[in-house]
Design a protein around this ligand. Sequence first.
Ligand code: DDH
Length: 308
Amino acid sequence: RSMAQPQVHDTPSKSQLEQVAQAVRDLLHQPEYDDGSAGPVLVRLAWHSAGTYCSATNTGGSNGAGMRYEKEGGDEANAGLQHARAFLEPIKKRFPFITYADLWTLAAVVAVKEMGGPSIKWRGGRTDFTDDNKVPPRGRLPDGSKGADHLRHIFYRMGFNDQEIVALSGAHNLGRCHSDRSGFEGKWVNNPTRFSNTYYKMLLVNDWKKKKLDNGKEQFVYVDEDLAEENEDGEASEEPEELMMLPTDIALIQDLSFRPWVELYAEHKDIFFDHFSKVFAKLLELGIRRDKNGNIVNEENQHDGYKS
Ligand code: DDH
């Protein structure tokens, strides 16, 4: 941005954003945490911050960073995301010019790219709520124990179609389920810190067996002997790796409208990357209206000078 142009005082400059992005890259490697990366839980933080959007009422979405408040942060669907927020807190302290809402969404875009995924268009300018008045009600995020109808109910509310539901679900290439967070257990793919289309390939293995966990939750599991981790002697360890799928993941291969997209993305990684990039960018913009300069024009600030 050239010096001659008027500055929007609360939108960070490009070089400021690059400093933040670099700080996110620097924190991704976390040898003590999960599979060694903060990336997956950062992606989930951005998704849950945005996935509360309701197009009918134009409420929810990533603007506001409402998850800092108990009303939203305490939703059981958000269990565990305090780890993601804690990872980012030192960055927020170091770069106070960025809002939480911008930081959470930017961190996910940086993490996806660093983990080998596509570049995703990101735009800043989100503001943070200063109280919990506009925080969306709980219960707007998907429940993994349900099926295709539930997926459509939740994602159509945000304004997504079937193709976009399947493309978004490819984020389950990353990370894992934790029994002390969602109650589900395990990872979807063998290398959960590398963004890829393996999730779709695994879905089509078609050998998923229902398993009831001790806590009563039902998920699907698959044990691939070829994927079993090798020990130092190059032999498979005693316990081959068990991969998992949620009932909502399995719905993607059972439903006749979802399934062709799973097949396409399993076959063509480049198409998946392209579609994921577009749909994740759309997710992060839900509920955000911008003027022709890209500045955010939301209901709450229409009367304070943004209106022309
Ligand atoms: Fe997810 N997800 N997700 N998910 N998700 C979980 C973990 C991760 C559902 C349920 C769960 C998306 C869609 C769905 C990520 C990204 C995305 C867990 C495990 C559950 C349960 C949480 C835990 O125990 O820690 C359901 C249901 C849906 C759906 O209905 C489609 C989408 C759209 C995304 C996205 O980012 C676009 C990521 C990443 C994780 C791994 C988190 C971690 O800590 O690791």
